[in-house]
Ligand binder design. Structure first.
Ligand code: SF4
Ligand code: SF4
Ligand code: SF4
Length: 415
């Protein structure tokens, strides 16, 4: 099997195809701390792409409650157990952040079944309930909650919402597993698509995708998945200006303003080109405040998450790999530049390719307790974040302090 460099694992790994990377890659950051699980994103996707007959189980975007929820049920804990069974030596990371365990491409899968990737096919019952265990917490039982209440850095009773869609991976397992070569990754933006003409519904992609984001639609006998709203990325669905890429439906509809997306520039070796003014690059590589979901699976997902700050670290370490403590610390005690970028989340319909920060005056300060227990004073400045679209035009200009508008007296009770 060819070797490819997996930058998230810090080492080479086996992959069924030679490495090939796009010029620019669709990527996003979700801030878990802000999500209210309203499911507006879920319904925005469904009402755009997956309504109608046979689409009952097509949840390309879903928001599940961790640790118990999942669509399909227990998708992650099942695969984690399978990997541990295949590699009893341990799915661990070394001190430098290199993964020492085995990915889904490296576990010696079953050649008799023509299985190239470790995975499993969920049963019908596992696909039945998209939001099972919603808001079910782990920790103290009963309504009274823990006797000593909850306090940071970690809550004794906890849950959090995990927002999920296809990660448009750099080493997609769905693509690797398809015997028809019906799945491809676009050169121009790295979006992973299933050619509906070539697909014969063998469900190898459903079995192989570790995130279970390739879904089988029985009435067409094909598999489907998130298409990254590609007409919007191409700027063909723009009400603003033809050719300007705009946010996908699930991102654009997000009520909690937890989502920010962009296209990042890629090097030929699959790493990201140094581009610290791109907001996604900045958060992932400069601030390291956003981490990939289950990087140990090996697919190099291009969705990144700011981890929830109240959740036990051992759970988050397993979910996001090394760097959780550092990411949470940077989130609770943000630099001025990071605070400005956090203000750009969902602030414009145009995708932001570049940002700038203009310094403003100090408007406040507060005491912050870091995860380490250390206390620090956080100074807040009314800086201005300016986001630029694909053509270099200002898409949004927003200050940290929201302006206050007082409604004129004669309009108090009108809408
Ligand atoms: S729309 Fe935003 S806030 Fe609401 S569930 Fe989706 S990701 Fe969370
Ligand atoms: S998340 Fe799954 S379906 Fe999407 S590209 Fe990665 S392996 Fe394929
Ligand atoms: S990017 Fe578009 S197709 Fe993909 S989950 Fe979001 S709304 Fe659905």
């Amino acid at each position: 099997m060819p070797k490819v460099m997996n930058h998230q694992l810090g080492r080479e790994m086996d992959y069924p195809y030679e490495a090939a990377y796009p010029d620019r890659q669709f990527a996003f950051v979700f801030n878990i701390n802000r999500c209210i699980a309203c499911q507006t994103c879920t319904m925005a996707c469904k009402s755009t792409w997956t309504y109608g007959d046979g689409q009952e189980f097509m949840w390309w975007n879903n928001v599940e409650t961790k640790p118990y929820g999942g669509y399909p049920q227990h998708w992650d804990s099942k695969l984690l157990s399978m990997l541990e069974e295949k590699n009893p030596e341990g799915q661990t990371w070394d001190e430098k952040g290199t993964f020492e365990g085995k990915t889904i491409f490296e576990t010696g899968v079953d050649p008799d079944r023509d299985q190239r990737v470790l995975g499993y096919l969920p049963g019908d019952e596992e696909w039945q309930a998209p939001n099972v265990f919603e808001e079910v917490a782990r920790g103290a039982k009963g309504l009274a909650g823990p006797a000593n209440g909850v306090s940071l850095p970690e809550h004794g009773t906890w849950f959090f919402y995990l927002q999920r869609l296809c990660n448009h991976c750099s080493h997609p397992a769905c693509l690797a597993a398809c015997p028809r070569q019906a799945i491809y990754k676009r050169e121009e933006d790295g979006i992973v698509l299933i050619d509906q003409e070539r697909c014969r519904g063998y469900r190898k992609c459903v079995e192989a995708c570790p995130y279970k984001k390739s879904l089988y639609r029985p009435n067409t006998n094909t598999s489907e998945k998130c298409i990254a709203c590609y007409p919007r990325i191409e700027g063909k669905d723009s009400e603003i200006d033809a050719g300007i890429p705009i946010e996908t439906r699930c991102m654009s509809a997000c009520v909690g303003k937890i989502r920010l997306q962009s296209l990042v520039q890629m090097e030929r070796d699959g790493s990201w080109k140094n581009d610290p003014d791109n907001p996604i690059y900045y958060m992932v590589h400069e601030e390291r405040v956003a981490l990939p979901l289950y990087p140990q699976f090996g697919t190099s997902p291009n969705g990144f998450y700011i981890p929830p700050r109240w959740v036990p670290r051992s759970y988050l370490d397993q979910m996001f790999g090394p760097g959780v403590d550092e990411a949470i610390e940077r989130y609770v005690y943000p630099s001025r530049r990071l605070l400005a970028v956090l203000a750009l989340f969902r602030a414009s319909r145009q995708i932001i390719f570049r940002f700038e920060v203009e310094n403003g005056k100090k408007v406040g300060e507060s005491e912050v307790t870091l995860p380490s227990g250390e206390s620090k004073t956080l100074e807040i400045f009314n800086d201005k974040a300016i986001g630029y679209d694909a053509k270099g035009n200002v898409a949004v200009s927003i200050t940290i302090e929201e302006p206050v508008h007082v409604r004129p007296k004669e309009h108090y009770n009108s809408i």
